[in-house]
Write a protein that binds this ligand. Structure first.
Ligand code: CIR
Length: 256
């Protein structure tokens, strides 16, 4: 498994914010947390591939939003925030040797944070960042490979994956205040602890689940349901409205 990442840019202090109030971000601490995140991914079996630095793109550390990678195809997005569209080019260049590429085009918008693939089901959040045309273009790109797209309205948080992620093929972790749980009725359900609204964003790597140190109650729930968790502290990155899935794009290496 390759994990594409990108370093925290000094301009992160000017990042986009939607549901989070701006607070000072300690750039050096954010970089240290990001490095620890990369080390955790390595421990979980990933090979880190760093994208080129883009110091003037404030949200460029959140690489997940730029592409959605399947075994059969990689879909480069057209982010809902115009400031983020220049992030795509370097991600496309990195993915080009690995996959056939497709691109979301105007008037579609799509952020990778709004796409959750579980087996052959692709949940797409309709949010402030992802519109119906973006969802339709993604469906068009992946349907030939047998993927079924399920749309879900996202309300109260930035992305679908702020509200729900998978801890296994069989179980999702979600915040029912931000997403309609009935959309995920095919899966076992773990709810975040009510005092930890933002805890649903965990990163599944193989049979392990990377979780954030800020959410101990929810992490206990996840562990009690049998998941093997690894914990990282991403508190500075959270001030930029980012979480665990957003800081990497996982690319399964396929036998040639
Ligand atoms: C943004 O608003 O675009 C960034 N400040 C945060 C993006 C987080 N991405 C993600 O959850 N996939």
């Amino acid at each position: 498994m390759i994990a594409l990442t990108r370093s925290v840019p000094p301009s992160i202090t000017r990042c986009e914010l939607t549901h989070v109030a701006r607070q000072p971000i300690d750039y050096h601490r954010a970089r240290a947390q990001h490095a620890a995140y990369e080390r955790a991914l390595e421990t979980l079996g990933c090979r880190i591939q760093r994208l080129p630095d883009t110091p003037h793109l404030p949200d460029s550390v959140f690489v997940e939003d730029a592409a959605v990678v399947f075994d059969e195809i990689a879909v480069l997005t057209r982010p809902g925030a115009a400031s983020r569209r220049p992030e795509i080019e370097s991600v496309a260049a990195a993915l080009e040797p690995q996959r056939t590429l497709a691109f979301i085009e105007e008037p579609g918008t799509l952020d990778g944070g709004d796409v959750l693939a579980v087996g052959k089901t692709v949940y797409v959040g309709l949010s402030r960042r992802t519109n119906a045309d973006g969802a339709r273009q993604l469906e068009h790109a992946v349907a030939p490979f047998g993927y079924r797209v399920v749309r879900a309205a996202v309300d109260g948080c930035l992305h679908l994956k702020s509200a729900v992620t998978a801890v296994s093929d069989g179980a999702v972790l979600l915040n029912p205040a931000w997403i309609d749980p009935r959309v995920f009725a095919a899966h076992d359900r773990i709810d975040v602890d009510p005092s930890e609204a933002a805890a649903a964003n965990v990163l599944r790597v193989g049979d392990r689940v990377l979780v954030a140190a800020a959410f101990p109650r929810t992490n206990d729930r996840v562990a009690q349901r049998g998941a093997q968790i690894a914990i990282v502290d991403v508190s500075e990155i959270a001030k930029a409205e980012g979480a665990l899935t957003c800081c990497s794009i996982l690319v399964r290496t396929l036998g040639s």
